[in-house]
Write a protein that binds this ligand. Sequence first.
Ligand code: SF4
Length: 239
Amino acid sequence: MISREELEKLNSYFEEKEPIEILKWGIEKFHPKITLACSLQAEDLVILDMLSKIVKRPKVFIIDTGRLHQETYDLIEQITSKYDVDLSIYFPDYKEVEEMVKKYGINLFYKSIELRKLCCEIRKVRPLKRALEGMDAWITGLRREQNFTRSKIRKIEIDEINGGIVKLNPLADWVYEQVWDYIKKNNVPYNKLYDKGYKSIGCVPCTRPVKPWEHPRAGRWWWEQSGDKECGLHYREVK
Ligand code: SF4
């Protein structure tokens, strides 16, 4: 697909380029086997808006864990009204969820970090595998400043965990303010929870608003005192 040597050259070339240039390259090279992972964060909507300007009916997927906010579902409706996208929504395997809940309880994530990660694995990571089946590349809204686990992400990566496909992180070097500037200037729909103090949005029981002085991801799994504050979709090593 892409050799290591080519990857280095691409990253040198695209590091200073605008996100839309990376997206154009990705679409030209991989469409229709390229998809946007849309977790309904502000960053994902920025990318969706950009994609809609460069390709017809971009492929987009959402993972519905079954524990999302009503505001998040409302945003999905808004997206499908505003954009002509080839949207797929993936759900966890109901048998796996039923077994997990029977064994550990409906709110198992508060009991231990291991059970929290099990819940993320079943509700998020496994559906992701299905969403990426048959794809040659995927696009994320990851940014380096979001978390220490993301501080070294590159704009173009080879995702060894997901079959060696290409992973594009076009907003890798953007800061929070750039995301919101784009949203306001381009009238991009966003999750209304941001207006209620949330700065990173996941599932209802695992997300809370943050104070102005707190780290944006402090509201994710806020009861965990240490750890990577990741669900497993991205934090594993990607070369
Ligand atoms: Fe489960 Fe919480 Fe992870 Fe959602 S964020 S999958 S509810 S542990």
